[in-house]
Design a protein around this ligand. Structure first.
Ligand code: SF4
Length: 90
C-alpha cells in the first residue's frame, strides 16, 4: 500500500491525523503528512477510511498489486501416433 497526500488539495483540517494518528500527522502549516509509509495490514482499512473522509480529497491510496495467478496445467491430450489417420485425430 502506498499513501500520498496532494499538498495543493489539502485544506489542513486534520481529519487524517485525528482518525489515524499512527499513519498521518500535520506539518507546521497544518498540511497532512504521511508519517508511516508502510502501515501494517491491520491499519489498511483505517487508511482507506481516512482517504474517503479527507475533505480535500487530497489522500490517494495505491494498493499493492496482487500476486499474478499461477498457471493452471491442464492435461493435454496425447499427440496422435504416427500413422494415425487424419479422420481419427482431434
Ligand atoms: S484530512 Fe485531507 S485535507 Fe485534512 S489535513 Fe489530512 S490530508 Fe489535509
Amino acid at each position: 500500500m502506498e499513501i500520498r497526500i496532494d499538498r495543493d488539495k489539502c485544506v489542513s483540517g486534520g481529519v487524517c491525523a485525528m482518525f489515524a494518528p499512527q499513519i498521518f500527522d500535520q506539518d507546521d502549516d497544518g498540511v497532512g503528512v504521511v508519517d508511516n509509509t508502510a502501515p501494517p495490514a491491520e491499519l489498511a482499512a483505517a487508511v482507506r477510511s481516512v482517504a474517503w473522509r479527507c475533505p480535500g480529497h487530497a489522500i490517494s491510496v495505491h494498493e499493492d498489486e496482487p500476486d499474478p495467478p499461477r498457471p493452471v496445467h491442464q492435461d493435454q491430450p496425447d499427440p496422435p501416433r504416427p500413422g494415425t489417420p487424419a479422420s481419427a485425430r482431434r
